[in-house]
Design a binder for this molecule. Sequence first.
Ligand code: NDP
Length: 256
Amino acid sequence: MTSRLFDLTGKTALVTGSARGLGNGYARGLADAGAKVVLNDLNEEALTHAVETLRAGGFEAEGIRFDVSKEESVVSAFEKMDASGIAIDILINNAGIQHRQPIIELSAADWQRVIDTNLTAAFLVGREAAKRMIKRGAGGKIINIGSLTSELARATTAPYTTAKGGIKMLTKAMTAEWAEHGIQVNAIGPGYMLTEMTQPLADDPKFDGWVKGRTPARRWGLPEDLIGTAVFLASSASDYVNGQIIYVDGGMISVL
Ligand code: NDP
């Protein structure tokens, strides 16, 4: 009984930005729990490699290249999935970018690019997925990816912080409209996790020391640290969990 609560057999999950990094970890975790996974990325070559790697591991995987930040690209990707009979039960809005610069030096173009990729994309991909989930009438799961910056600011990351704060409220806004359709929308807020995005920070002894000192668990998180929460939020174990953001951060957001 308990193990079936977390079983994703028969479900199809789309994870955006999943050729590498945390997205790839979520995809592997959901596949390991039984889901067929649809990987997405901008980089076609990396995407093909990630799909082949999952298939070689015995998992069912497909790949679809599209730009999550562009409406026409998202809409046409969903039309392509419709045409190939791919119906998404679980969506993880993971793709994201960072841009570090003080606000007084920041261009409107860089601000917009970060907002579009980290926030507008979750609206666009979420909208297309939910439209179809509602039409099918079988419910669904949407997991948005926030950050500790959904709650707290850090100098030089204003557009990212603003977008991730928005993710927290978009998760609630989606809940307000879609919970009655059996769609649970929740978010994960990872702490400092080791990926290509954060490798330059981990390579800086001062920053690395700050992360380890500031995190009660005294270490960086790893992609596999997020899988349990992702599977929980993707499975029927969370069928009455709505509009929450769960921080998976080694305790960082809980302490001063
Ligand atoms: P990475 O930079 O390692 O991976 C991000 C992935 O998103 C890449 O595969 C990238 O593709 C893809 N991507 C970027 N832009 C687009 C786009 N427009 N369309 C489709 N795919 C795109 O990041 P992480 O794995 O570290 O982060 C993943 C998510 O987790 C992000 O939302 C991030 O904000 C969040 N997060 C990460 C934390 C961390 O410590 N690492 C902490 C808190 C939150 P490509 O290879 O083509 O560039």
